[in-house]
Ligand binder design. Structure first.
Ligand code: SF4
Length: 357
């Protein structure tokens, strides 16, 4: 089980595991690897946990630190106080900004209230913010492909509100207006479907042939890796189950991608209690994955439940190996250092170093 201090558990439950050779039989579970926690989520959740340990005061968190109900409920139990806006926080208090990022306006509001801040924005979201700032300085029209109303999109658009237009998908392409068709760039939310985004971008290119692309992929490594894994599994799965909360963009995308890639049926669940009997009618093989904000304990519970239902032959399907860790937010590192404490997370052992943010 997931114990305190283990923020990125990956242990598999005891049971029958066998090599995936492209064949499935009745009772097979194809288990996606990678799945679950990404480096940005791990960093954000650990930041709240360490802040609760190191500060002798209430730790406020603006918005859900990551989009997962289980994680947020657990941090609430430990004492974190979640708020929607900084004006709900007493002046001078400590607040953590979530992994999805904030607009400069939120930062200003926090300063006006003399709040002390820990910024847990994922460094890969910060990268997109910086791109928006840079292209706005060069006076580009920025077409931000993403979901209007999503916190990350609000934060990125807020970096350059006079230059950014949000493009939700192909249906929005015809509505876009730009000042100079030769000076347009597209950026995107980090957690979109790769295929759907490229469909939108290709339509934008038909309208603006010299449309510039982001300097590097905005859809992050974790989103892409999880989509590649489920695409491999989906054609062999009668039913795909994606563990993730309804407000988790990358989890919802995984469910859609699975269906598009050939799964006969695909459903997202927060936890095993949401399984429905009728989903299993006539099902021989099940594909399982989880969104980037989902602790693996929830997948382990699902595997145990599936075994009870006769799906006990678990075949891991690995399409990538992830070995990335982001260092904790600078403000927190300084506080921990002052108190003689260090980040005890297990460091990556492969080629990739711990990335500084
Ligand atoms: S899904 Fe990607 S962008 Fe979002 S927190 Fe994880 S690594 Fe960062």
């Amino acid at each position: 089980m997931w114990r305190d201090g283990e923020s990125c558990p990956t242990a598999l439950p005891p049971g029958r595991f066998s090599f995936y050779d492209g064949r499935v039989s009745t009772g097979t579970v194809l288990l996606a690897e990678p799945r679950g926690y990404c480096a940005g989520v791990d960093r954000a959740v650990v930041a709240v946990e360490r802040a609760l340990e190191h500060y002798d005061e209430t730790v406020y968190v603006r918005h859900e630190i990551v989009h997962n109900k289980f994680v947020v409920d657990r941090l609430k139990e430990k004492g974190a106080v979640f708020v929607e806006e900084v004006d709900e926080i007493p002046e001078g208090s400590l607040v953590i900004f979530s992994a999805h990022g904030i607009s400069p306006k939120v930062r200003e509001m926090a300063e006006e209230r003399n709040l002390r801040t820990i910024d847990a924005t994922c460094p890969l979201v910060t990268k997109v913010h910086k791109e928006a700032v840079r292209f706005a300085r060069q006076d580009y029209d920025i077409l931000l492909v993403g979901h209007d109303g999503h916190e990350e999109v609000e934060g990125t658009a807020g970096e350059a509100p006079d230059h950014v237009q949000i493009v939700n998908g192909p249906e929005d392409v015809g509505k876009v207006t730009v000042r100079d068709p030769e000076k347009v760039v597209w950026l995107s939310q980090t957690t979109l479907s790769v295929d759907e985004t490229m469909e939108t971008v290709n339509l934008l290119k038909e309208r603006f042939p010299t449309l510039q692309a982001p300097p590097s992929d905005d859809i992050c490594y974790a989103t892409q890796n999880r989509q590649v894994a489920i695409k491999k599994i989906a054609p062999d799965a009668d039913l795909v189950l994606v563990v993730g909360s309804p407000n988790s963009s990358n989890s919802v995308r995984l469910m859609e991608v699975a269906k598009e890639a050939g799964a006969k049926a695909s459903h997202r669940i927060d936890n095993v209690s949401e399984l429905r009997e009728e989903w299993f009618e006539g099902v021989k093989s099940v594909g399982v994955t989880s969104g980037a904000s989902v602790p693996d304990v929830l997948v382990q519970e699902l595997l145990a439940e599936l075994a009870e239902r006769g799906f006990g032959d678990v075949k891991p399907v690995r399409t990538a190996t992830e070995d990335l860790m982001f260092s904790l937010p600078r403000e927190l590192r300084q506080e921990m250092k002052a108190r003689g404490s260090v980040d005890t997370r297990k460091k990556p052992t492969g080629d990739s170093a711990t990335a500084e943010s």
